[in-house]
Every structure is written in C-alpha cells, then in structure tokens.
Design a protein around this ligand. Sequence first.
Ligand code: PRT
Ligand code: ZN
Length: 294
Amino acid sequence: MTDRSRLHIAIQKSGRLSDQSRDLLKGAGLRVQGAKNALTARAENFPLDLMFVRDDDIPTFVADGVCELGICGQNVLEEYALGFASPRFETVASLGFGRCSLKIAAPEGMAYETAMLAGQRIATSYPRLTQRFLAERGIEAEIVTMKGAVELAPRLGIAKFVCDLVSTGATLEANGLAAVETVFASEAVLVRTLKPVAPALAERATALMTRINGVIATAESKYIVLNATEESLAEIARILPGAEAPTVIPLAGRPGHYAVQAVCQESVFWETLEKLKAAGASAILVMPIEKMML
Ligand code: PRT
Ligand code: ZN
C-alpha cells in the first residue's frame, strides 16, 4: 500500500526517457537518493516518492491512482487511452524530450499511396493508434501486433508494411524500409491521474507542476541586455524572439540612447544577434536564466 501523505510519480526505470526524467525532477529542486536499480526512491526535500517502472506500465500506474503523476511518451499514453471509453489521466505539460513519430514504413523505392494499405498486413507495436489511422481514412487492413523488432517483419514475410516509432530513420533504412506517412507525433509529457486526490496532496502536486513548468520555460529562455538608439527601439523590440514588452531605460548622459532588457522565451540564435546589430543594437549580452516562476 502506498503512503497517502506523499506524492508518487512514475518514471521510466531505464530507457530513452529515464535520464531526462530524473534531470527534470532534479531541475525542479528535488534531491533524490536511491540506487540506479532500485524500484523506488524518496525525495529528501519534498513529499514525493519516485517509482521506477517500465514505460508501458506508467499509464496503468497513473490511471489507477497508484501514482498521482507520471512522465511518459505520448505514444504509449495514447495507445493505452484508446483502450478505454473515457479519459483516465490528463496531460499537464509537454516536456520537450523523447521526440519521435509513429510512422508507416514501406519497402524502399515503392511509389506509396495511402490506399495501398487496403487489404495488406501491417506489423506494429501500436495496434490501436494504427487502427485509428486506418479507420479515419476508411481503410481496412490486417494489423499484426508485435512486441518488438517490428522493422524485421517485412523481411521475415510477416507483413508488407510496418507502423513503427522513428527518430532518425536509420533503423528503417538498415532494413530496406522508408517512412512514408506519419500516424502520430510524440514527445514525453507529464500526466496526472483523474482519480480523486486528497486536497493536501493535490496542492503539493500543483506546486510540483508549477516548478516543472518553470524548468521547461527556463530551458529555452534567455535574458538579453543591449543598448539602442531611440529610432531603432521599435525594430529591435520586433526582432527580440518571444519577448513581451521589453524594459527600456535611458542611459545617463547620452540623450537618445537606451538600455533594453528582455526575457526571450524562445531560442536566441547568432542570426538573431546579427539582426539586432543591423537594426542598431550594440553591447548585446545574452544570459542564461537559472530559475523562473510563471
Ligand atoms: O524497458 P521499457 O519498456 O521501459 O522501455 P522501451 O524499450 O519500451 O522504450 P524505450 O526506452 O526504447 O523508449 C521509451 C520512449 O522513448 C518511447 O515510448 C518513445 O516515447 C520515446 N522514443 C523516442 C523512442 C525513440 N525516440 C526511438 N527512436 N522510442 C523508441 N525508438 C526506437 C524505435 O522503436 C526504433 O526501434 O528506436 C528505433 C528507431 O530509431 P531511429 O533513430 O533509427 O529512427
Ligand atoms: Zn516499453
């Protein structure tokens, strides 16, 4: 039985999402003790227990309320959710890692059209997402469910097409396949249970989610300081990426000259700095932001 005075979050034990899931919680200020191969760990400075499980089990843990929170790929969550008539958890943040796409792949060089799937066999580990894709297009095909090594199915004569996760595409290519159509785009998300949660615990969950949103916002954000002349201010404000109303302060002893300060909530590239300079900015500083609460 889990301790109901503490929050519980399910994260992947070992795999593509585990390091970044741990880093995110660390970034939210949680000190976590516990060996890498433990099943649970306790945050020392927040009433939170971590449960390390297989990614496929995370939807069940959160849906059943065993864990109030979970970090998991949307592909796994949506495949699970399609098995139920009503929602069992809700997404509270997109985390910006674990990006991949579930794609239909066909033999390399085939002049593919969606209609060609009709009556064919499609191998996949995501039968419900694949079925939804086919149903939305009015196509009937036979779905062959495989737990892994889906990319081998065509070579083994099990299926003509596959529907598999792709990030770089190298795995498909190595097996003579090419991605031809996207079924579902995915990234890691933070979800919370829709089971009732005691008010005190719900408050803690909200506090943790606020911190996590702060970490995500901070990751891309930069603080920009620059000098500008009065006539260049409007153009500079337009170029600053994702910045709302910048702070403009007159420079002492230099009439018509200003210091401009802004939080940019999008990546700041060299090209952006070049544009700012061309618009009349000088002494441009770009600084990382350590913490942010929105
Ligand atoms: O042990 P456990 O069940 O927890 O882990 P797992 O082996 O089921 O999952 P894991 O760790 O491989 O992936 C966890 C999650 O990472 C997935 O559910 C996705 O949300 C996300 N993710 C991101 C990926 C990929 N990228 C990815 N490339 N998951 C799998 N792949 C595989 C894909 O299945 C294929 O075999 O990588 C291969 C393709 O990669 P490319 O780069 O060759 O295209
Ligand atoms: Zn898995």
